[in-house]
Write a protein that binds this ligand. Structure first.
Ligand code: ACO
Length: 330
């Protein structure tokens, strides 16, 4: 019998748009305060893409950095998985647009829509394809231009979100890479987080525009509690499936939605876990599917994730959907 093929992360990259929108800027736009935003969410500022800068552009930039780190040329890429809930358009997929701008001539690709849990969904699917031997590598991208679907008149949501992209290169390896992956959805709670119109259920009309139904709508308070419990369960199950204990986790990279959610999950996971959490939500806010890969890339660049480390990623978002993934770093 041949040795099992593992899917290892061999490169990471990220891209953040240049424009910074601070809490002080938001104070001038809606009825909010820097103090409220910081104490309720931990967010200080977020990045906003330029008018002519799109999800595919940011995904391409993050991919270039990840490919360079992986020492792979665009022509070597076999598959492109893009997690996004803000694609450039319904179709063609963002993956096709990135394939073209990268010059990844041999790659197939498609988008995965799972809001903030999207990157872990994409990593799982791409990892399974690599482990099966069907492909030898894959580019996994999370990219979002949430500012395009943010209601800038609603203080309930506009203080939370930002734009950006992150990417990871997966490659077949004889040493463990992805050690476990636990995914879940509950469509019964779909209305908690959504962009209600623009699809076939409520096609774009003057009425849907007037009612601001093309923007993100969120039941924040209701989502908060479920987020904590679900992320905790996903983290514990992913750690157990990897044959590890919480003590074995070197670095935790959570979805960066809200500091209070992260702290609550870390505290319930065990003593000292919070010290192992990588955070950047103060600088980016919630970038949905881009959140984990941006943090992963920054953690690698900062030397916080090193060879042999066991890295726990955990996410929660619209769907509702969630995921927990443990990766052993090459
Ligand atoms: N500035 C000032 N006051 C505000 C603001 C603001 N920006 N936003 C809300 N408030 C007010 C509310 O109106 C409310 O006032 P009231 O008591 O008079 O009604 C008060 O502040 C408290 O509001 P809550 O909603 O209870 O505040 P909470 O502490 O729950 O924080 C938050 C809100 C930050 C949204 C939090 O609930 C949260 O993070 N929820 C989870 C979000 C999440 O994880 N989403 C999943 C991922 S997103 C995705 O998938 C796309």
């Amino acid at each position: 019998m041949s040795a099992p093929i593992h899917a290892a992360i061999v490169g990471t990259g990220h891209y953040a748009p240049a424009r910074v929108l601070t809490n002080a800027d938001l104070e001038k736009m809606v009825d909010t305060t820097d103090e409220w935003i910081r104490t309720r969410t931990g967010i200080r500022e977020r990045r906003i893409a330029a008018d002519n800068e799109f999800t595919s552009d940011m995904g391409t930039a993050a991919s270039r950095m990840a490919l360079e780190q992986a020492r792979l040329a665009p022509e070597d890429v076999e598959a492109i998985y893009v997690a996004t809930c803000t694609p450039d358009m319904f179709f063609p997929s963002t993956a096709c647009l990135i394939q073209a701008t990268l010059g990844a001539k041999r790659a197939y690709g498609f988008d995965i829509s799972s809001a903030c849990a999207g990157f872990l969904m994409a990593l799982d699917a791409a990892g399974a394809a690599v482990e099966s031997g069907r492909i030898r590598n894959a580019l996994v991208i999370g990219s979002e231009k949430l500012s395009a679907v943010t209601d800038w008149t609603s203080r309930n949501t506009c203080v939370l979100f930002g734009d950006g992209a992150g990417a990871a290169v997966l490659k077949a390896s004889d040493r463990p890479g992805i050690r476990s992956s636990l995914l879940g959805v509950d469509g019964n709670l779909a209305e908690f987080l959504s962009i209600p119109a623009g699809g076939c259920r409520q096609p774009t009309s003057e009425e849907t525009v007037r009612q601001r139904l093309h923007y993100m709508h969120m039941a924040g308070r209701e989502t908060f509690k479920i987020a904590v419990n679900t992320m905790l369960g996903a983290a514990q199950e992913a750690i157990a499936r990897a044959g590890l204990t919480v003590a074995d986790v070197d670095v935790m990279v959570p979805h960066q939605a809200n500091l209070r959610i992260v702290e609550a999950v870390a505290k319930r996971l065990g003593e000292g876990v919070m010290e192992r959490v990588f955070l950047n939500l103060d600088r980016y806010g919630n970038t949905s599917a881009a959140s984990i890969p941006i943090a992963l890339s920054e953690a690698v660049a900062a030397g916080k994730i090193r060879s042999g480390n066991k890295v726990l990623m955990v996410a929660f978002g619209g769907g509702l959907s969630w995921g927990g993934t443990v990766v052993e770093w090459l």
